[in-house]
Design a protein around this ligand. Structure first.
Ligand code: G3P
Length: 220
């Protein structure tokens, strides 16, 4: 089953009440297409979105800490209480050490939440797959936010990542991201072996996010 995860980053277009409007568009397009579309709003909008829309909700980051003296850190249990069912880990804009990635994954497992570990090349994809997340999302940093789709600019990084992950852990699903916005980008990603996409600006900053989402799923 194809999986789409929409990262809101800190775009104004997805902040506050707009986070709910975009989540509603995702729900509508998910219902009409049958494709799972999850959203990753900012932390402070998680509860607002989960209270309004019944689709999978991810955090943009989680720390591998538990209850205690951890000021400013992100606690998986609190994310779950806010309605999140998963989290991104190690996004290019929020890099972590391998040890910290493992701790964050453990905190998600303990809270029965889904995990997406982002990676920047084939070697880090293999390392991430060894930690058994649900998904690894390969995103070449130089293509993020450019509108140039990874599935066209660097298809080899997707096929090589799929192969590398498969060798390490067959259960891990590889997503790809960076510059994805159109139906042809998603179709190409799936043809290259990805299980779905992680994307942001092409939808969040679109004039009409719902129309952009409809185009995204139109060829699947
Ligand atoms: O997390 C998604 C991401 O980094 C890709 O961003 O704007 O190129 O879709 P974008």
């Amino acid at each position: 089953m194809v999986f789409i995860l929409l990262n809101y980053k800190t775009f104004d277009e997805g902040t506050g009440q707009k986070s709910v409007d975009i989540a509603r568009a995702c729900r509508d397009v998910s219902e009409s297409s049958g494709i799972e579309i999850a959203v990753a709003p900012q932390f402070a909008d998680l509860f607002r979105v989960s209270s309004s829309v019944d689709i999978p909700i991810f955090a943009q980051h989680v720390d591998g800490i538990g209850s205690g003296s951890n000021t400013g850190q992100v606690y998986a249990r609190c994310l779950r209480e806010a309605g999140a069912t998963g989290s991104l880990i190690n996004h290019s804009e929020k890099r972590m050490t391998l040890a910290d990635i493992e701790r964050s994954l453990l905190s998600l497992y303990e809270n029965r939440m889904r995990s997406v570990v982002c990676t920047n090349n084939v070697a880090t994809t293999a390392a991430a797959a060894a930690l058994s997340p649900d998904y690894v999302a390969i995103e070449p940093p130089e293509l993020i936010g450019t509108g140039v789709p990874v599935s066209k600019a660097n298809p080899g990084i997707i096929t090589d990542s799929v192969e590398a992950a498969r060798k390490i852990n067959k259960k891990v699903i590889v997503l790809c991201g960076a510059g994805i916005s159109k139906g042809e980008d998603l179709k190409a990603a799936i043809e290259l072996g990805a299980g779905g996409v992680l994307l942001a600006s092409g939808i969040i900053k679109a004039k009409d996010p719902k129309v952009a989402l409809e185009d995204l799923v139109s060829l699947i």
